[in-house]
Design a protein around this ligand. Structure first.
Ligand code: IPM
Ligand code: MN
Length: 366
């Protein structure tokens, strides 16, 4: 695959998906347009179907046309998938298969989920401000292995037995740990690996491989191993001590939802799913939130910050990524809040007004 980013032209497949997905991706695009204008890049957006919306239109959560579009693009921006309409466990297809299919199709083995405590939001969390202050964690969740993709048996005809398998190979662990270690080198040089090595064989392999890779290739890093149950506790007791955290798929899924509390709201968290080559997939961590969909209530910041991660990790545009992050901080500082992060004195705004305020800040800095 040829990927040259010359002349600042980037082709982006946009997959709005379900629930609040379309609303929040619209705001991410608004902000990316503002960045493109200010820095002289041309972002070309192509919309395609995924998830429940794709099931309704085509019968498949990841239609071939969508995969094709993604294949021909430099990055994928996704909103969210899923909703009560498609929740029947007996249904032959589920919206989530669209997302899992994309991860597998592009071998997106590393899911980066940065969690920061924004100072204007220190009081938006149920935790004490003193605990949350200074939190700046980068989770690296393995995304194409483990329980999500291991051998499984659906409940048989009698419905009496089912299983999933946590299976990892050395190569799968090595590549995600290497990526996490490289990221740690550019940060505070601390890497925490989370596993359940006291019980699980897959975790014992995980720990052994992680130890070997880091000792051999990244001797400048401080590496620690923590069991997942203890880590879940430390994460809310002393979250500021963690820098880069690397862990397997399922643990990462659970721990990053827990970590969202540190950022004040699930609506704040962005993510980047990366493979060896583009396209990467960039999406907010929150789901489709059907209860508030279509009401201009959703927090678009997770999607907007996912746009920043696309610029940084997808295109190598660090200054442009920073411009978005600074705009988000400035707008929070100015008191703008969506309902999920509202407090006493806040100026509570809707999805669109929040997106427009962030885009306007970027335009005004030009
Ligand atoms: C996430 C989501 C997905 C996951 C679902 C929608 C399949 O919860 O991205 O964290 O479990 O990975
Ligand atoms: Mn999840």
């Amino acid at each position: 695959m040829e990927h040259s980013f010359s002349m600042g032209r980037f082709v982006i497949t946009v997959l709005p998906g379900d629930g609040i997905g379309p609303e929040v991706t619209a705001e991410a695009l608004r902000v990316l347009e503002a960045v493109g204008h200010r820095f002289g890049h041309q972002f070309e957006f192509h919309e395609a179907l995924v998830g429940g919306a794709a099931i309704d239109a085509t019968g498949s959560p990841l239609p071939p046309e969508t995969l094709d579009r993604c294949r021909r693009s430099d990055a994928i921006l996704l909103g969210a998938v899923g909703g009560p309409k498609w929740d029947d466990p007996a249904a032959p297809v589920r919206p989530e298969q669209g997302l899992l299919g994309l991860r597998k199709a592009f071998d997106l083995f590393a899911n980066l989920r940065p969690v920061r405590a924004f100072s204007p939001l220190l009081h938006a969390t149920p935790l004490k401000a003193g605990i949350v202050q200074g939190v700046d964690i980068l989770f690296v969740r393995e995304l194409t292995g483990g329980l999500y993709f291991g051998p499984r048996q659906e409940a048989g005809p009698d419905g009496e037995e089912a299983y999933d398998t946590m299976r990892y190979t050395r190569a799968e662990i090595e590549r995600v740990v290497r990526l996490a270690a490289r990221l740690a080198q550019g940060r505070r040089k601390k890497l925490t690996s989370v596993d359940k090595a006291n019980v699980l064989a897959a975790s014992r392999l995980w720990r052994r491989v992680t130890e070997a890779v880091v000792r051999r290739e990244f001797p400048d890093l401080a590496l620690e191993h923590i069991l997942v149950d203890a880590f879940a506790m430390h994460l809310i007791r002393r979250p500021a001590v963690f820098d880069v955290v690397v862990t397997e798929n399922m643990f990462g899924d659970i721990l990053t939802d827990e970590a969202a509390v540190l950022a004040g709201s699930m609506g704040m968290l962005p993510s980047a799913s990366l493979g060896e080559a583009p396209p990467g997939l960039f999406e907010p961590v929150h789901g489709s939130a059907p209860d508030i969909a279509g009401r201009d209530l959703a927090n678009p910041i997770g999607a907007i910050l996912s746009g920043a991660l696309m610029l940084r990790y997808g295109f190598g545009l660090e200054a442009e990524a920073r411009a978005i992050e600074q705009a988000v901080e400035a707008v929070l500082e100015a008191g703008y809040r969506t309902q999920d992060i509202a407090d006493g004195e806040a100026r509570v705004v809707g999805t669109k007004e929040m997106g427009e305020a962030i885009a306007q800040y970027i335009r005004s800095e030009a």
